[in-house]
Design a protein. Structure first.
Length: 211
């Protein structure tokens, strides 16, 4: 989540607090609440697709792009945000971005992407992960390339121009030193820190980002 914020991705207030038993407790502020009783209208992409928790993987990244186009008030503003989130998840080994990990919210009459949530490196946890994306991109879930991400996904389903694409890659590249510093400051074991950084360097190389 800290990495996402460093890349310019909107995330809720979050952090770690020490528990009475000396363990660390992760907290995140609910963005779908206002005050003690107010509620914000939020719907995840499984709901928008008439799917359930059991069928949340039965979709594609093209469908995710289509939902943004269909339901957002200003799709041209939200689609670059979606592209950055997905590329960030690719770089950080988050292979579990299913439909329930994307949401839209309604504020002041405007429907837009909600703050990002449930961002974590699942590749480290699974160790022998066989996929790089929970949802297929052009029918593929692994061996995702810069051409597939930028030329195909950003260029076709999202219809982003070269200026948008360059800006997204530039933001991610600028954040890489912060990513590395956060990995080093984390509670991961030393071998896991090495694994995380090596994975990220490999993914950066595939996107043509300098580390």
């Amino acid at each position: 989540m800290r990495m996402a914020a460093a890349a310019g991705i909107e995330v809720p207030v979050h952090g770690l607090l020490p528990g009475l038993d000396a363990s660390w407790i992760y907290f995140i502020k609910r963005y779908d609440r206002e005050g003690r009783t107010g509620k914000v209208h939020v719907e995840d992409f499984a709901q928008l697709s008439a799917l359930t928790r059991e069928t949340k993987y039965n979709s594609s990244l093209e469908r995710v792009a289509q939902l943004v186009d269909t339901f957002c008030t200003f799709p041209a503003i939200e689609k670059p945000k979606l592209a950055k989130r997905l590329l960030f998840c690719f770089l950080t080994g988050n292979e579990d971005m299913h439909l329930k990990n994307f949401s839209l919210w309604l504020r002041e009459g405007v429907v837009s992407l909600s703050p990002a949530y449930d961002l974590l490196n699942t590749t480290l946890v699974l160790e022998k992960a066989k996929e790089e994306s929970a949802l297929p991109l052009n029918g593929k879930k692994k061996n995702l390339t810069r051409k597939l991400w930028m030329d195909y996904f950003c260029g076709e389903p999202l219809k982003l121009n070269h200026q948008h694409m360059s800006s997204i890659l530039e933001d991610l590249e600028k954040a890489i030193p912060t990513f590395k510093a956060l990995i080093q400051r984390s509670f991961l074991s030393e071998p896991r820190k090495v694994d995380y950084w090596e994975m990220m360097k490999t993914r950066c190389a595939r996107l043509g980002l300098k580390v």
